[in-house]
Write a protein that binds this ligand. Structure first.
Ligand SMILES: Cc1cc2nc3c(=O)[nH]c(=O)nc-3n(C[C@H](O)[C@H](O)[C@H](O)COP(=O)(O)O)c2cc1C
Length: 317
């Protein structure tokens, strides 16, 4: 059954489409420029519309197209192709459209990948290695369709299989991102390390659920979803510490609830060699800069020569 999206936003051009998606539209609708919209033309070329479709799909949003009159044969031949190709492009679209933009900055590019089968991970690793990303981060918190939808990150053997697949199809370092939704994260970390991971990152989101008590409906359409942000920091610190003890020597990228330098310092003291910021960027896109500056200040105040000296410095009771 067709479900009406919660928020359907009009998108008259590519910039507005990006805005609508960024600011939370569940779907956007666009009038096709060459499909009879000459009276009120939308400012999309076929290529821009294709780019917009890729952009929205990559973020899990839908694009609806409104057709006011029938296209000419020539228009019909061009437009559906552009849209079909764009929608199916996936990693190819990232390499074609987003990677060049990222490469304009003097920064390392780490590509995060998710797949539904080990083979999908392999294909993505091959393409991304060839495209020249600096590192691949393998998200194993997604369901394996061949194993009845079980998340790879919840079983050591599945996690190892994906790691092996990624490593054997990559020419750049592979970092595996662990799920916190497990009883013992150290057994997954060991399996992934034995399968050849070059680094580990953790934590991904914790499974959560909220319910609207008036309607008795879960807040999220999928009923449950990923919890992130400040609430998860203590879980992340604990897991980074456990993993760093279980697989000493393997670099860890710590994340989960970091919003300031002191949060990042906790993850580093627990064993992380580097720290990532996710959710806090939604509230303030400058958070990573502030976290970096906060870390510098903290290291200076403690008389350290570099931030790196924090790594593994916890003094457990
Ligand atoms: C909106 C959103 C989208 C996310 N998408 C991905 C993803 O595509 N792949 C992934 O490995 N982790 C993903 N994560 C998890 C984050 O990268 C991060 O591991 C987690 O949110 C904890 O860090 P934080 O509290 O700083 O956000 C996502 C998190 C959020 C909130």
């Amino acid at each position: 059954m067709l479900q009406i999206p919660e928020l359907l936003a009009p998108a008259g051009d590519l910039e507005r489409l990006r805005y609508a998606v960024c600011y939370g539209a569940d779907a956007v609708y666009c009038a096709l420029p060459e499909f009879g919209m000459r009276a009120a033309p939308a400012n999309f070329t076929p290529e821009q519309l294709a780019e917009g479709v890729v952009y929205a799909h990559a973020r899990g949003r839908k694009v609806y197209l409104t057709l006011n009159t029938l296209p000419t044969n020539e228009e019909a031949a061009r437009m559906p192709d552009a849209i079909r190709e764009a929608a199916a492009a996936g990693v190819d679209a990232f390499i074609a459209h987003e990677l060049p933009e990222l490469r304009r900055h003097d920064l390392a590019v780490i590509a995060n990948i998710s797949g539904n089968t080990p083979e999908e991970y392999g294909v993505m690793c091959e393409k991304l290695s060839a495209a020249g990303v600096d590192m691949i981060e393998v998200n194993i918190s997604c369901p394996n369709v061949k194993a009845g939808g079980l998340a790879y990150g919840t079983r050591p053997e599945l996690a190892a299989e994906v790691t092996h697949m990624a490593k054997s199809h990559s020419t750049v370092p592979v970092m595996v991102k662990l799920s916190p939704n497990v009883t013992d994260i150290t057994e997954i970390a060991r399996a992934v390390a034995d399968a050849g991971a070059d680094a580990l990152s953790l934590i991904n989101t914790l499974r959560g659920m909220r319910i609207d008590v008036r309607t008795r409906r879960p807040i999220l359409k999928m009923n449950t979803g990923g919890l992130s942000g400040p609430a998860v920091l203590p879980v992340a610190v604990r897991m980074v510490w456990e993993v760093s003890c279980a697989v000493p020597g393997l670099p860890i990228l710590g994340m989960g609830g970091v919003a300031k330098g002191e949060d990042a310092a906790q993850l580093m003291l627990a064993g992380a060699a580097a720290v990532a910021v996710g959710t806090a960027c939604f509230a303030d896109p400058y958070t990573p800069v502030k976290v970096r500056d906060g870390l510098k200040e903290l290291a200076q105040a403690q008389g350290l020569e570099s931030i790196a000296q924090l790594t593994g410095g916890v003094r457990p009771w």
